[in-house]
Every structure is written in structure tokens, then in C-alpha cells.
Write a protein that binds this ligand. Structure first.
Ligand SMILES: [Fe+2]
Ligand SMILES: [Fe+2]
Length: 277
């Protein structure tokens, strides 16, 4: 079995220290094989904010946890125009990770991160043709039986957030083809500060049988209809269990657990009576 913890939208600089400590405590307790962080490490991409995020990552790594991250739109400087266009991700690469397309293979699981944050779009993300080819090529080289997980900051599909719809990343039409061809099983993203899970086939007409998993913000004070939360994902022998740990007064508590099984190439939720067996 492989266990992943999916954190997102930490927003150091607009974060709550109590939540940061609580996340670290939970990570220590849950002992994941990998901590995935789907972007927005900082609030305004300032050096001090990156330093705090870096210290957080160091504490996780010191605790023996492997981490895979991708940048979010907040990790590109907004007001510092020179830096925004000439060296948008220099600080990210210095403090978080030099790689913008990290790849980790665990027992039965392959995880690839892709950067969707751009200088030219303030809030929306984009995926390039080169990145789409890279997704295809990388997953083509992983064992057929591995569960393929793609991590981006921006959701690749338009996802419902309460009564609104969070827009999809730019050029997502070709991304859909790559996801289907590459046999991606799980799409992990953030940005919406709203946790949810959907079958991709319920959201778009073609994207294979992937599950679309959105994480809420783990530690930010900027909320959208939900308290802070993060996801725990257990992959075990062809089944996926997704648990949402939500901030409840003074601790993170598991509020929702769903089980999924792959039937004819499509991940579907198991009904309560099926998951009991
Ligand atoms: Fe965010
Ligand atoms: Fe964002």
C-alpha cells in the first residue's frame, strides 16, 4: 500500500501558525510515503514567505517524509513586474524545488508534477504543448500496473465549487487527450480552496477514467465555504481510499472517507455497502 498526503494552498504570509503545526503533527501521525503539495506555497512570492515555506518543508523532510510540489499562481511575484516577467520562479526554485516537473515512483504508484503557473495570466493557469508531451512520455515509461497520478496547481477541468464553477487551465483540450492516452488515474490539484472529488467522465466528455481530486487550503486564512483541510490518499491493490481531514475547532479530523474502484478503466465510487466488504 502507498499513502499520500495531499496538501495545497499553504499561503505562507497569510497562514495560521496553529494550522501549520497541526498539519505537521498529522503528517507525523499518518506517516505517508509521499507528501504532495499542489501549489500556492506563499501569499505574494516574497523571500520571507518562501523562507517560511522552505522551513516547513525542511521540518517535514527532517521527519523522514518525501515531498513533491508544484508552484501556484501566488508563487509568481504579482506586483514586482520585472521579476514577474524576467525571473518569475527564481525564488520558488531556490527555496522550494529546482525542478518544475518533479517525478516520484513508489510501490505501485507514479507521481508527476507539472507547473501551470504563468507570468502572463494573473490567476488562471496554462499547460504547454511541451508539458503535454512530457506527461505522455513520462507515464509511457512507468509500469502498466502503476497508479498514475498527475499533480497541478490549477484544475485541468472546470470543477464545481459550491454554486460556482472554477475555470479550467488553459489549453486543457489537448491536456485531456494526454491524460486519456497516458492512462492517468488521479488528478490532484488545488487553487479553489475547496475540497472535492469527481469522476473526470462526469465533468468532461473525454479524459479517460481518472478521478479529479481537489484539495482545500491546508493552512491559509483565506477560505471559500469550507474550513481548512487536506486529503489522505491510500492506494492499495487496485483500490483508492480518499479521506478528507478538516480543521474542526482545534484539530484536523477525518470528516469524509470514500472508496473507489477501477471498473473497465474508469474509477468509480463504491457505495457504502460495497466499501464495507
Ligand atoms: Fe490559493
Ligand atoms: Fe492559486
Amino acid at each position: 500500500m502507498a499513502r499520500l498526503i495531499h496538501l495545497s494552498d499553504l499561503h505562507f504570509g497569510a497562514h495560521d501558525d496553529e494550522l501549520v503545526a497541526a498539519v505537521e503533527h498529522k503528517v507525523g501521525e499518518l506517516k505517508p510515503d509521499l507528501v504532495v503539495i499542489s501549489g500556492d506555497f506563499t501569499q505574494r512570492a516574497r523571500t520571507e514567505q518562501f523562507r517560511e515555506a522552505c522551513e516547513f518543508l525542511e521540518r517535514l523532510r527532517d521527519g523522514g517524509h518525501e515531498v513533491l510540489g508544484v508552484p501556484g499562481n501566488h508563487d509568481v511575484p504579482l506586483y514586482d513586474v520585472l521579476r514577474r516577467f524576467l525571473s518569475p520562479l527564481t525564488r520558488y526554485r531556490r527555496f522550494i524545488d529546482d525542478s518544475l516537473c518533479p517525478f516520484v515512483e513508489l510501490r505501485g504508484v507514479a507521481v508527476l508534477g507539472i507547473n501551470t503557473a504563468r507570468s502572463l495570466t494573473f490567476k488562471d493557469g496554462r499547460i504547454s504543448r511541451h508539458q503535454i508531451d512530457f506527461i505522455r512520455d513520462t507515464f509511457a515509461r512507468t509500469p502498466a500496473e502503476s497508479v498514475r497520478i498527475l499533480v497541478t496547481h490549477h484544475p485541468l477541468f472546470a470543477v464545481p465549487v459550491g454554486d460556482e464553477i472554477e475555470r479550467a487551465v488553459g489549453r486543457n483540450e489537448s491536456a485531456l487527450d494526454a491524460i486519456e492516452e497516458a492512462g492517468v488515474d488521479l488528478l490532484l490539484a488545488g487553487h479553489a480552496h475547496h475540497a472535492s472529488v469527481h469522476s473526470a467522465s462526469d465533468l468532461v466528455t473525454r479524459a479517460g477514467g481518472a478521478l479529479v481530486v481537489q484539495a482545500g487550503t491546508a493552512t491559509s486564512t483565506r477560505l471559500r465555504e469550507q474550513n481548512q483541510s487536506f486529503n489522505v490518499i491510500d492506494v492499495d491493490d487496485g483500490a483508492i481510499k480518499l479521506t478528507v481531514e478538516c480543521w474542526s475547532r482545534d484539530e484536523f479530523r477525518a470528516i469524509d472517507t470514500k472508496r473507489f474502484e477501477n471498473r473497465d478503466g474508469t474509477w468509480r465510487i463504491l457505495k457504502a455497502e460495497e466499501s464495507a466488504h
